[in-house]
Design a protein around this ligand. Structure first.
Ligand SMILES: Nc1nc2c(c(=O)[nH]1)N[C@H]1C(S)=C(S)[C@@H](COP(=O)(O)OP(=O)(O)OC[C@H]3O[C@@H](n4cnc5c(=O)[nH]c(N)nc54)[C@H](O)[C@@H]3O)O[C@H]1N2
Ligand SMILES: Nc1nc2c(c(=O)[nH]1)N[C@H]1C(S)=C(S)[C@@H](COP(=O)(O)OP(=O)(O)OC[C@H]3O[C@@H](n4cnc5c(=O)[nH]c(N)nc54)[C@H](O)[C@@H]3O)O[C@H]1N2
Ligand code: SF4
Ligand SMILES: [Mo]
Length: 897
């Protein structure tokens, strides 16, 4: 690390990579991976590498706003506290709620939870982790008596078999996935099995891909449990002294998943494929099962988690090097939020809300006037209570529920009619800030200070390296200021984030003595200096384990009443809402490689927006054909709950009968593409986690009168189109368009949209009314200002070459001549659709290299650098190699149904 660099942690996924950030002389921010951080050892993925692109003051919320008007902090906080006090006095603590986020720092989260549960005295604080980790939390607690991930990242490298269940780690936990890729290179005997109804980028290194029928994971793992028991592949030395409940779990599994044929039939897999997987699991001692949202986001998510853990308990493969069930956390601080008790059914520091003795201890430690005595409402129910009017004040911090909740129209209705909505965010305009009465400007990444905990329980520091913009403040400060105004000065009087962290650590030590896994007693006396310098370490951190703890439960030592790990009897259930004749397709939703959630950050980066610039829906060719849905057309995805529009991608990577759409798009980036409107709100009865992966839908072809796109230096209003989606390009804005009405006069319509004020414009046009084709470009001083391409179908010129012209000061004559054909003059470069985000290498460039003799990923890397930095695009490069015949046999993916 150099003097000018600040050591911090990436604010995106739960891998929790260390980042070295530097402010350059031009004010820009550059980042590189921290070679000393144990999570990434210097690596970063495409999103982490592009962090410098996401500082954009124009999108920031810089001052408190009350009813849209700028207010002082004092006025805004006074109003919040005053209204909270009035509602509390009149309606009691149940009438107020906080909806918080795994993107808060631990210190922010700690004080929000403390204020609600100890001082307001209710438990209506829930978090977006309800949409994400709640099933894993509940599964862990049932099996281990504590919400604790047993292993660490190193186990993935030391395993002989890694099973990815419902995880697209190649795109969602890319650096961890790259560690797995490297481990497989170093130890070719390492086997990888992917269990996902979709053939994702993570299938790239998989020796087998089990494309099971959605929602049938528990059948598969119950079947595995039976297989292990029947083939004597159990570990009695672990099971007998350290576990309980096996007989019930096994009986239950036998009832539902008796034999391989039955399992295969129920899961829609081939019997040989199932048998191979079972045999591989049975004979491999070092197995890590990584699981994520394909497991958690289900109306039976908790059971699915336990069906996986059961198999690890039976074989004793837990808490030892190279083995264990491993829940991947999504957000950077999903784990930290669980430590502070940010979920409505938790208390702080892994104390139990249901235990009176625990409540008393926490209340005493906080010197709190009261303590919540029963669980609050879980996210989906919480928003229902807001709509029903029971909750009158809602404070939302660091999350965008108008987009990310299922049945998002319901969430919007709730926000619309809530008496007081307070939103703390960094960004001025989101789908949620629209509904805020009070907006509080929060410091963002690079500006704030605190800690986060990653998937392997590793606590790392986020450190500020930028001054606060405008009047933005840390989230913990806002909460404390409101608390003080409610009369709780003493309990919320912290000098800094370090002081909060010390209290959090001290609370974890209260009456602990090894009775709760979450123990930071070794950090309770950390000085401000030591906190500033804190190196990443894994909890528990005690006097005895002062350097932290890599693994737990290897020798039993569970936190259940008996100290034994619990097998849970699981009866598999199908998804809550079955497909039917009106809604025959199962909608699965998830993530794309280069975008993060609701686009408030990655949407600012041209580099990251290039890979997927528009909402899309993937459908199998067998389903697309009878519907008349062709590649590149638009479809409406309709469910009982709502609808969204998206570009059709016909692909055999999804199972017939299922479709996939990314979760990211919202009203700021498209007028119709927010998929949350169509997603069903069914939840798991134990965890309350929504079933984002399974909604019955139908796809309806949209038959617009015209398709088009528009590139412009200025941001425009695309209101005239019946469909639009916007993405940031390099020095331009890019709009995909479609319309139901043909304008009387395209030229007039286009001029009105593009030439608003300028008079000195040069305007080149091309019409062909017979085929409804219109093209125009506007130049100022020889520079391309905007261009628009309209046609009767989606067959329009590629956008990349045209977008590149915006970088030129002058368009030469051949370029002008080619402009409206949308094709480069002979010899001019045309990179095509971007594949490698790090080096900006496009599909056409890659295919030309393949045609020119590059026959492997390595050869392409040597020639074009593509794929040599973060590695996230390697699966896509391999797919091009396979398609163009360069790399026969490269892909070992068995995709059988
Ligand atoms: N690029 C990127 N990375 C991210 C994020 C992001 O927004 N963008 N967000 C972060 C967050 S908060 C999270 S929670 C994680 C999520 O990380 P992941 O869970 O890996 O991502 P998802 O795409 O939500 O879903 C994973 C897979 O579950 C599959 N699936 C659907 N139904 C089933 C099923 O019934 N069984 C099985 N076995 N699989 C099924 C889907 O096809 C999908 O490929 O990613 C984190 N990382
Ligand atoms: N259809 C569908 N929906 C899903 C999912 C899915 O798979 N499918 N996945 C679910 C999952 S796993 C998750 S985790 C959620 C994520 O969903 P959200 O949490 O709603 O998504 P984000 O876009 O990350 O929202 C974070 C907000 O916090 C702001 N922010 C960033 N940093 C800070 C900060 O330091 N302080 C404050 N106050 N604000 C900040 C950002 O500007 C942004 O507005 O989505 C869920 N919704
Ligand atoms: S894998 Fe990528 S997004 Fe996740 S923490 Fe590392 S750099 Fe950030
Ligand atoms: Mo998440």
């Amino acid at each position: 690390m150099t003097d000018t660099e600040t050591r911090t942690t990436c604010p995106y996924c739960g891998v929790g990579c260390g980042v070295l950030a530097r402010v350059e002389s031009d004010g820009g921010v550059s980042v590189r991976g921290d070679p000393e951080h144990p999570a990434n050892l210097g690596r970063l993925c495409s999103k982490g590498s592009a962090l410098g692109d996401t500082f954009d003051s124009s999108s920031r919320l810089l001052h408190p706003l009350v009813h849209g008007q700028r207010a002082t902090w004092d006025a805004a906080l006074g109003l919040v506290a005053g209204r909270l006090r009035a509602v509390l006095d009149r309606h009691g603590p149940e009438a107020v709620a906080f909806y918080v986020s795994g993107q808060l720092l631990t210190e922010d989260y700690y004080v929000a939870n403390k204020l609600m549960k100890g001082f307001i005295g209710g438990a209506n604080i829930d978090t977006n982790s309800r949409l994400c980790m709640a099933s894993a939390v509940a599964g862990h607690k049932r099996a281990f008596g504590t919400d604790t991930v047993p292993g660490c990242y190193e186990d993935i490298e030391r395993a002989k078999l890694v099973v990815l269940v419902g995880s697209n780690a190649a795109w969602c936990h890319p650096v961890l996935y790259q560690r797995l890729v490297q481990a497989k290179k170093d130890h070719p005997e390492l086997r990888v099995v992917l269990i996902d109804p979709r053939r994702t980028a993570s299938a790239d290194i998989a020796d087998a891909h089990l494309a099971l029928r959605p929602g049938t994971d528990a059948v598969l793992f119950n079947g595995l449990l039976v297989h292990l028991a029947d083939h004597d592949e159990t570990n009695p030395l672990f099971v007998e002294p350290h576990t309980e409940g096996l007989d019930d779990a096994l009986a239950c599994a036998r009832a539902g998943s008796p034999d391989i044929e039955g399992v295969a039939r129920a899961c829609g897999l081939g019997p040989a494929q199932v048998a191979e997987f079972f045999a591989l699991f049975a004979r491999t001692e070092r197995v890590v099962t990584l699981f994520s949202q394909g497991v958690n986001q289900s109306s039976s998510g908790t059971d699915k988690v336990n069906s996986i853990i059961n198999c690890h308990l039976l074989t004793g493969r837990i808490g030892r090097p190279g083995m264990g069930p491993f829940s991947l956390t999504g957000q950077p601080n999903a784990m930290g939020g669980r430590e502070v008790g940010g979920l409505a059914n938790q208390l702080a520091a892994h104390f139990e809300l249901d235990f009176p003795a625990h409540r008393a201890l926490v209340q005493e430690f906080w010197r709190a006037p009261t303590i919540a005595s029963r669980p609050g409402l879980k996210a989906v129910d919480l928003f229902r209570a807001v709509e029903a009017g029971g909750i009158k004040v809602l404070w939302i911090m660091a999350t965008n529920p108008a987009v990310s909740l299922p049945d998002s129209a319901q969430a919007r209705r709730a926000l619309e009619q809530c008496e007081l909505v307070i939103v703390s965010d960094c960004v001025r305009h989101t789908d949620t800030t629209r509904y805020a009465h009070v907006l509080l400007p929060a410091l963002g990444w690079g500006e704030k200070d605190g800690t986060v905990t990653n998937s392997e329980r590793r606590i790392s520091r986020q450190r500020a390296f930028l001054p606060p913009p405008g009047e933005a403040r840390p989230d913990w400060w806002m909460v404390c200021e409101v608390a003080k105004r409610l009369g709780f000065e003493r309990a919320f009087d912290y000098a800094n984030a370090a002081a909060i962290f010390r209290e959090h650590a001290a609370l974890s030590a209260v009456a602990n003595g090894g009775t709760r896994a979450f123990d930071l007693s070794g950090l309770a006396d950390l000085s401000d200096e030591a906190y500033a310098a804190l190196a990443p370490l894994q909890w528990p951190v005690t006097a005895r384990q002062s350097k932290g703890t890599a693994r737990l439960f290897g020798d039993g030592g569970f936190f259940t009443a008996s100290g034994r790990g619990r097998f849970v009897a699981v009866t598999p259930r199908p998804p809550a809402h079955a497909t039917n004749k009106d809604f025959p397709l199962a909608l699965n939703t998830g993530r794309v490689r280069d975008h993060w959630h609701t686009l408030t950050r990655t949407g600012l980066s041209a580099r990251l927006s290039a890979h997927t610039h528009e909402p899309y829906v993937e459908i199998h060719p067998d389903d697309a054909r009878p519907l008349g849905l062709a590649e590149g057309t638009l479809a409406r995805i309709e469910s009982v709950w709502g609808r969204a529009s998206a570009r059709v991608r016909v692909a055999d990577s999804v199972r017939p009968g299922t479709v996939f759409a990314p979760m990211h798009w919202n009203d700021q980036f498209t007028n119709a593409g927010c998929i949350g409107r169509a997603v069903n709100p069914a939840t798991d009865p134990i965890s309350g986690e929504p079933e984002f992966k399974h909604t019955p839908v139908r796809l309806v072809p949209q038959k617009p009168a015209w398709y088009g796109f528009l590139l412009s230096r200025r941001r425009l209003n695309a209101g005239g189109a019946s469909y639009w989606a916007m993405a940031r390009g390099r020095g331009l804005w890019r709009y995909e368009l479609a319309g139901d009405d043909l304008p009387q006069d395209w030229a007039a319509a286009a001029r009105a949209a593009l030439c608003a004020h300028d008079e000195k414009v040069e305007w080149i046009e091309y019409f062909d009314t017979a085929v409804r084709r219109y093209r125009a470009a506007r130049l100022t001083d020889g520079q391309l200002e905007s261009c628009i391409f309209i046609g009767p179908d989606p067959q329009l010129p590629p956008r990349e070459w045209l977008a590149g012209l915006f970088a030129l000061n002058q368009l030469d004559a051949p370029t002008r001549a080619g402009l409206l054909t949308g094709t480069p003059p002979k010899g001019a470069p045309d990179a095509g659709r971007p594949i490698c985000a790090c080096f900006g290498v496009g599909e056409k460039t890659l295919r030309a290299a393949i045609a020119g003799g590059c026959a492997s990923v390595e050869a392409i890397g040597a020639r074009l650098k593509a794929g040599t930095h973060c590695g996230s695009c390697v699966p896509e490069i391999k797919a091009l190699l396979a398609r163009d015949g360069g790399a026969k046999g490269e892909s070992r993916i068995a995709f059988r149904r």
